[in-house]
Design a protein around this ligand. Sequence first.
Ligand SMILES: [Zn+2]
Length: 375
Amino acid sequence: MELLCAALAKIRLERQRAGVQACGTDGSGPLPRAWRDARGRLWWKAQTLGLEGPANDLELFNWCRRPLGSWPVPLSLTEGDLEAVLLEGDSLSEFAEQAADLVQHADVEAELVQNQVFAALMLCARMNGGNDEVVQRVYCRLRRLLIDHAVLGDREVQVLARELPAADSDHDSFLAKFVRVAFVHHPVEAPGRVRLRRCGECRNPVDDGAVGCGTPGCTGVPERHEVACLGGYWTQHRATRQFFHDPGLLEGRLQDHLDELADERLCVEDWPSLDAWDMAVTFKAQEPGAEAECWAIDAKDCSSPALLARGFRCDPRVPTRRRIIVIPMHRLRTPGYRADLERELQGRVSGVEVLDEKTFLHQVTVRARQAGGTR
Ligand SMILES: [Zn+2]
């Protein structure tokens, strides 16, 4: 299945390069190896089971538009995943995007940009931070920028540049390098305000005439947005949106809620140890000599629980009492999502709990109120 998604992602990339929209079935260009491999495997599986495999590429393309559970050849997937389709019209479904992401080099361009964004962000943090504490602070500042700013005016970049001035010997600042990798520049003819449309909730740009923003789980309504520009503005690269912004929305919400709760009893660290976890919440000991209690949190917004579990890594660097994967409420609309995730995590990691966003925040609030308690 991942192989097939990787193939679809690759076809899309090749069609994009060739200037053709999405992955159609017009047969233009040779199909990638992963596609042939996936078709071959399906054919063998069908033979073994005495069933009909896909007769040709066109038929397999048509299968990709049907729920996985309705394919003539049974697939070993979880209940929820069987309802997914790989292609919605001619576009890759969210499921297919995330499955493809798990296969190395599936979407070569997006993966390259993702790595470049991360490297540029890290470099900018290191070059602007004199010690570990400042590096960590700049790191969080830039990660949060990617969550809060789907669009960035060049005036905003200028303000940031004064805050993070470190530059290489060519006077090219590390911030500028980071912005150039993570965002796409749109020049304007004259200084002034540029009118754009964006989603009122997730703030992703929305095309004229589009009803929704297309962000998973987002119910925001399009609104007008003005960006103050001198020479232009920046929008996030497709990969930045896919790997940092959209999955970061949950992280951002949790951070905002926890920051409101933070007081002398509760301390919140975002992306501790440069992203060992998404968040560490420490309930301070109220009695002298008692030990503080720490919870490590990873916020995960994935369409498939099986794929989430397969890609989940547990970082032992943060010593904690609880390790929690927090999932957004909209994922609970998929029947069996949580149970599937818990089952898939078994045998891969131990001692990791799964909580939904609301339950998690409630538990933090209750625990923070237990003044003096350390367990
Ligand atoms: Zn939205």
